[in-house]
Design a protein around this ligand. Structure first.
Ligand SMILES: C[S@@+](CC[C@H](N)C(=O)[O-])C[C@H]1O[C@@H](n2cnc3c(N)ncnc32)[C@H](O)[C@@H]1O
Length: 274
């Protein structure tokens, strides 16, 4: 349905500031192995690398045509967070799923097409990935996806309120394997607490990773959040969103390398601390 894009070529593309990201104060880095730890301007350290993000002529044309309608920057040029009425943006009131770090959007597109009753907001810092997803949305006439360019934690903090999301999806977050980089991992207690706050009771947090040690970390952090309850058998109970994912190129590489994929699913409990 769409290209899988250059997610496998991430490190080759590292080392270039995204000049039009609307996100200031970021370092230029060479990927998770070598990235210096720099303070984010509005939260601790960033969980992402900065990558070259030049669009092809066709992508640029499409960007100019479709982005103003279905895309938005998480922050404006002055650094002010986006304010947006999500229902108005989609033109309807439907359960909302937020995907953080959608890459080129292979899962985003396939899952949104499978679940037309849900509205999906996909967040990514990588403009070329978003451009690929934009192309696939355009070609397939998909109406239930909106895109935000920026930091997913920023989006959780500023765009969504308490109990506003039916699902949060985080597929193959950068594992930041070196111990000194662990603090850059997206899934930390404070992010998981923020997600728990943003989920409606019964809402789902779905994470997937092919990095065994990060999987353990995510499991620990999720299990320690009192407002989340782990779903061991995702086939057993009725969940408000699907947890069936298509295999992406990134995931395929992990599988080829013999790595197991961990699927981690929690639901938001109904009380504050039950
Ligand atoms: C390893 S890739 C996986 C992409 C995609 N989910 C997949 O399964 O193919 C991780 C992606 O998360 C993005 N990312 C990391 N931290 C992020 C954040 N805080 N907000 C938005 N995107 C983020 C990166 O730019 C990268 O594209």
């Amino acid at each position: 349905m769409s290209d899988d894009g250059p997610m496998h070529a991430q490190s080759q593309e590292a080392g270039h500031e995204l000049s039009d990201s609307g996100i200031s104060g970021r370092s230029t880095t060479d990927g998770p192995q070598d990235a210096p730890e720099q303070k984010h301007h509005h939260r601790r350290v960033s969980s992402f690398r900065n990558r070259r993000s030049t669009l092809s002529g066709t992508q640029q044309e499409l960007w100019e045509r479709r982005w103003p309608e279905i895309g938005a920057e998480a922050r404006d040029a002055a650094g002010r967070p986006l304010t947006r009425d999500i229902a108005q943006w989609f033109g309807r009131r439907a359960p909302v799923v937020l995907e953080i770090g959608c890459g080129t959007g292979v899962s985003t597109l396939a899952m949104a097409v499978e679940e037309p009753h849900l509205d999906v907001v996909a967040v990514e810092v990588y403009r070329r990935g978003l451009a690929q997803l934009l192309g696939a949305i355009d070609r397939n006439d998909v109406t239930n996806i909106r895109l935000i360019r920026g930091d997913g934690v920023d989006v959780l903090e500023h765009i969504f309120g308490t109990a506003s999301l039916t699902g949060v999806r985080i597929f193959f977050p950068d594992p930041w394997p070196k111990a000194r980089h662990h603090k850059r991992r997206l899934l930390q207690p404070e992010t998981v607490a923020l997600i728990a706050d943003r989920l409606v009771p019964g809402g789902v947090l779905h994470a997937a990773t092919d990095h065994a040690e990060y999987a353990e970390h995510i499991a620990e952090v999720g299990d320690a959040e009192p407002r989340l309850r782990r779903v061991a058998d995702t086939a057993a109970g009725a969940l408000p969103i699907s947890v069936r994912r298509p295999e992406t190129k990134y995931e395929g590489k992990g599988l080829q390398a013999g790595r197991d994929i961990a699927e981690l699913v929690w639901v938001r409990t109904h009380g504050m601390t039950e």
